[in-house]
Write a protein that binds this ligand. Structure first.
Ligand code: NAD
Length: 356
């Protein structure tokens, strides 16, 4: 069979690949398997990245997972090793990468304060140099690229809830600045590549997300409380626990990110993706104690520097543009997350590392 490829711009390998998929698939399924859309997920062995890899594979994509394993865990993706459409590459995105792919999800970056403050210079490099490298790759290949930005770009917000046109209230020289300002600079780079090079970009501002495969000891509130409850330890809240957060279950988040990636080229974001349902930290602790049947007590510690009082996304834009809203209730999401942590804590090594 002679392959006819029409209508692609010279040098646009991604368009060529997609057309090849269409032409061959008319003849049968065989080539389709080999020429499926190839998606690069940076930070693919992390919490969100590993769920994204699962979902992309379920949608017949080929997945190239790139990770330096700074906070990622092999166990998050070990069920994918050997999958015919999954490839794993150990690589640090602060170093340029040359691969052939059709789409990029740029998730690589430590996300919890304990991790991103461990090596703040590397955190800024990952956000900024990593963004430059991934944008350069996307520009060379003329492909779309999605940035996992964060609600932290709003800093300690002075308006509530936060809409995308709020510019934020961020300290440029504090302990959290390596992350907050790194992510803000990455957004700047994404929009400059869009304005200057017409690169199809998508910027998602991710709000607090929880679910199976969160790190057991990275200090994030949901995982912290669940582990403490399962181990029967005191549950620590900071301040009086009246500060509120809104938590999005991981499946809803991945659905939002994938919907954003599929939007028309003029939908660049930034788009808030998160769950607008607020819960006071003290109430969250009480709900986790109830769901785990734990005898843990709630104890208060001083509030750390720069900890925002309230954080809640306005997701009107995501609702309108993606026809998306979170579907998983807090009780349902917590139940699934608790059962993940129960099996994790059944592993003696992990239990010892958390109790020792
Ligand atoms: N989970 C959330 O609630 C949340 C909220 C806002 C934003 N985000 C963003 O989503 C993304 C994923 O977050 P997560 O919760 O899955 O965090 P995570 O720490 O579980 O995953 C990050 C992954 O990136 C990898 N990584 C870090 N630096 C790297 C580098 N230089 N090169 C290659 N890989 C590198 C880590 O090893 C890890 O696998 C991050 O960019 C984060 O800023 C997450």
């Amino acid at each position: 069979m002679r392959l006819q490829v029409t209508g692609h711009k010279p040098g646009n390998k991604s368009a060529l690949r997609r057309q090849v998929v269409r032409e061959y698939s008319r003849e049968g399924g065989y080539m389709r398997r080999h020429l499926a859309e190839r998606v690069l997920v940076t930070g693919g062995s992390g919490f969100l990245g590993s769920h994204l890899c699962d979902r992309l594979l379920a949608e017949e994509a080929e997945v190239l997972c790139v990770d330096n394993f700074f906070t990622g865990a092999r166990r998050n993706i070990e069920h994918l090793i050997g999958h015919s459409r999954f490839e794993l590459m150990r690589h640090d995105i602060t170093i340029p990468l040359f691969v052939e792919v059709d789409q990029i999800y740029n998730l690589a970056c430590p996300a919890s304060p304990i991790h991103y403050q461990h090596d703040p210079v590397q955190t800024t490099k990952t956000s900024v140099n990593g963004a430059i490298n991934m944008l350069g790759l996307a520009k060379r290949l003329k492909i779309r690229i999605l940035q996992a930005s964060t609600s932290e770009v709003y800093g300690d917000p002075t308006t509530h809830p936060q809409t995308e046109d709020y510019w934020g209230n961020v300290n440029p020289i504090g302990m959290r600045s390596c992350y907050d300002e790194g992510k803000r600079c990455a957004e700047t780079l994404f929009f400059d590549y869009w304005r200057q090079h017409r690169l199809p970009i998508k910027v998602a501002r991710i709000f607090n997300t929880y679910g199976p495969r969160m790190h057991p000891n990275d200090g994030r509130v949901v995982s912290n409380f669940i582990v403490q409850a399962l181990l029967g330890q005191d549950i620590t809240i900071y301040g009086d626990g009246s500060q509120s957060r809104a938590f999005c279950y991981v499946d809803d988040m991945i659905d939002g990110l994938m919907r954003l990636m599929k939007t028309p080229e003029d939908v660049t974001g930034p788009l808030n993706i998160g769950n607008p349902h607020e819960v006071a930290i003290r109430d969250l602790a009480a709900q986790i104690i109830e769901l785990t049947g734990s005898r843990s007590r709630i104890v208060a510690r001083p509030l750390p520097e720069g900890d925002p009082r309230q954080r809640q996304p306005d997701i009107s834009r995501a609702r309108a543009l993606l026809d998306w809203a979170p579907q998983t209730s807090l009780a349902e999401g917590l139940t699934r997350t608790i059962s993940y942590f129960e099996s994790l804590l059944a592993e003696p090594g992990i239990r010892a590392s958390l109790t020792g």
